[in-house]
Design a protein around this ligand. Sequence first.
Ligand code: URA
Length: 194
Amino acid sequence: MPTSSPTADAPARLALLADEAAGCTRCGLAEGRTQVVFGTGAPDADLMFVGEGPGAREDEQGLPFVGRSGQLLDQLLREEVGLDRSDCYIANVVKCRPPGNRDPKPDEIAACRPWLEEQLELIDPTVVVTLGNFAARLLLDTDTGITKLRGQAYHFGGRHLVPTFHPAAALRGGADVLAKMRADLVRAKKLVAA
Ligand code: URA
């Protein structure tokens, strides 16, 4: 009898899922993308980040958070959690770039949702940190905005969910937003270690 856990082959299944997603045509974003930005990082990460959707740099490179927002995320991750992005998993609500960096539409978010749900199941993180309004609202199934949601952790299907601002908001919004993001990441770190 095999003794391995049901998720023992999760890295291989995640790689297969990424291959499948690479050809996705479930919504109109497929027409304008250069490539699908599926996600990156450790397939067995304890800490997973969920952003909004790829921008121009991400669409070019096929990796999430490689532009200015990503540089800030990497810095905060190092300084507040003591981790490198390769120790975590990073994904987005929508896997293809919305044209002109507009917000993703409800039908696009709904079409993309099963990819994210399979990622969550396979990676099986202890703590999910949502970045910005779209990820928090989707995963917490709420219309409440991030300013009200953040500042605490939520139960999320046997995991912890820590909502925080999108790094782009910190780049725009200055010291207060940045300080709150730092506090949220410290909260996430404690929950990972608990
Ligand atoms: N913003 C996001 O929400 N995701 C990315 O991958 C890049 C910028």
